[in-house]
Design a protein around this ligand. Structure first.
Ligand code: SF4
Ligand code: SF4
Length: 459
């Protein structure tokens, strides 16, 4: 099998996938779940239940709040206790529906059996409606509503659906485990999305450090026999799972600055999203479960896990079930060590896109004292977006927004390759991230003003 990778930049951190041997375990139900109304990209969902209502698992509790938004369902059966703001993982106040768990009864029409359903429905619009109704969002990190991504604007043609099985972030193994344990469901999900996109080519990209997953997925593809689906082994390089990097690795096409993958004929979906699409379309099961890895350098292998969780489970409950926060954990991260977010609040709850609880020791998180830039250029060599991080860093420090925009800080994917490579230990990513947020704010305000002016001119 040919091995390929993206052509610009990238780094090779130790993959530390110690939990790769941990089979998926189902977490028991807690007494209470708190389900966020903002667990997808776009407008928050609007609750359609009231305090005191009885709900079943899989029942709609909030409707999409706009075009870019997603439905939210209860992950448990029980009674709605409150609908109120609550702090999320970053400490921001977000509306949550609190449900007291009573038993485990699922809404009618949801097939929870293990029976594999391989026949794909014929009606493209009906498939999209089902994916939308079930609240499926991208589970590779962005949580973009899947029904929107699978329905490109008129005139755009999908030539290749890329299923992202790269899982290039160190430590994480949840995607790896579902590729071992649910490979056929992932392939059926891919075949469904391929059909929706007009029967384009479909490539499942997996990094070479997961040979068991490559074998498992290749076997499932061969046994199911859907035409036009192939597995591609990718050379290990971070951030292979980045959308634009994966497109370059698979299609040898570059998405231009500010462009969308569809502009080069690509649609990228994660393997976990493919599984969620299978469950939505073939089993009528809304997205209320996912798999997360409990891992870290201060956690012995016997305490590492891959858990199937339900959305709304408190992180503190999961940590306690897994044996407690380990001694020596200096930092807890949700996501991988390169792009994950520090957990500011362990009372926060799992969301659709939760992928890990990563415990890192002081040794793994301690930063060396920053020195002076020695103009070695390593950060630019490592940047997968072809940016000049040392220059952006300088501009960010003086707050030169015009030059930051002109030098495409908005294209930064916050991958951290620059900071990882810098021998002077400069906080490149931190500074660039702040500047990127400011420039994106300016661009948004400018677009809104242009839209308002165009509308005023029409009157
Ligand atoms: S964080 Fe941004 S600037 Fe740094 S390497 Fe990644 S894309 Fe480039
Ligand atoms: S890697 Fe660090 S020291 Fe080298 S050019 Fe970039 S910022 Fe300067």
């Amino acid at each position: 099998m040919a091995k390929t990778t993206f052509r610009i930049g990238g780094v090779h951190p130790d993959d530390a996938k110690v939990s790769r041997g941990c089979a998926i375990e189902v977490l028991p139900l807690p007494q209470t779940v708190y389900i966020s109304m903002a667990q997808h990209l776009g407008a928050p969902a609007k609750p359609v239940v009231a305090v005191g209502d009885s709900v079943k698992a899989g029942q709609l509790i909030a409707e999409a709040g706009g075009f870019i938004s997603a439905n939210v369902h209860s992950s448990v059966s029980g009674k709605v206790k409150s609908i109120a703001p609550r702090k999320d993982i970053a400490g921001n106040n977000v509306l949550h529906v609190e449900i007291t768990v009573e038993g485990d009864e699922w809404a009618e029409g949801i097939d929870l059996s293990d029976t594999l359903v391989t026949e794909i429905p014929g009606d493209r619009a009906a498939i999209l409606d089902r994916i939308k109704a079930c609240g499926v969002v991208g589970l590779g990190g962005a949580t973009f509503p899947t029904h929107v991504k699978l329905n490109p604007a008129p005139g755009s043609v999908a030539e290749c659906l890329i299923i992202n099985g790269a899982e290039c972030e160190p430590y994480l193994t949840s995607d790896f485990r579902i590729m071992l344990e649910r490979p056929k469901e992932i392939v059926v999900g891919a075949a469904i999305m391929k059909k929706v996109l007009g029967d384009c080519r479909c490539v499942i990209g997996i990094e070479e450090n997961k040979p068991e997953a490559i074998e498992s997925m290749s076997k499932a593809v061969a046994e199911l026999g859907y035409p036009g689906i192939e597995v591609l082994s990718l050379k290990k390089k971070y951030p292979q799972g980045g959308e634009k990097q994966l497109i370059d690795a698979v299609m040898r096409r570059q998405v231009k600055s500010g462009g969308l993958p569809i502009s080069v004929g690509a649609v990228v979906q994660n393997v976990a999203t493919s599984l969620a699409v299978y469950e939505a379309v073939q089993k009528n099961k809304p997205l209320v479960t996912n798999v997360m890895t409990i891992t870290g350098d201060c956690l012995p292998v016997e305490k590492q896990h891959n858990y199937q969780f339900r959305i709304g489970m408190p992180l503190s409950y999961i940590a306690e079930y897994a044996g407690g926060v380990p001694e020596g954990a200096a930092k807890i991260i949700s996501g991988g060590p390169m792009m994950g977010r520090a957990v500011a609040n362990m009372d926060a709850c799992t969301v659709k896109g939760s992928s890990s609880l990563l415990y890192l020791s002081e040794g793994a998180t301690k930063r060396s004292e920053p020195g002076n830039c020695i103009r070695c250029g390593r950060c630019a060599d490592a940047c997968p977006m072809g940016l000049e991080p040392f220059f952006l860093f300088k501009l960010a420090k003086v707050g030169d927004m015009d030059q930051l925009e002109a030098n495409a800080v908005q294209d930064c994917i916050s991958c951290g390759c620059c900071q990882f490579s810098c021998p002077a230990f400069l906080p490149l990513l931190d500074q660039i991230n702040i500047a990127k947020g400011q420039v994106l704010g300016i661009l948004k305000a400018r677009a809104a003003a242009a839209k308002a002016a165009a509308e005023a001119a029409k009157k």
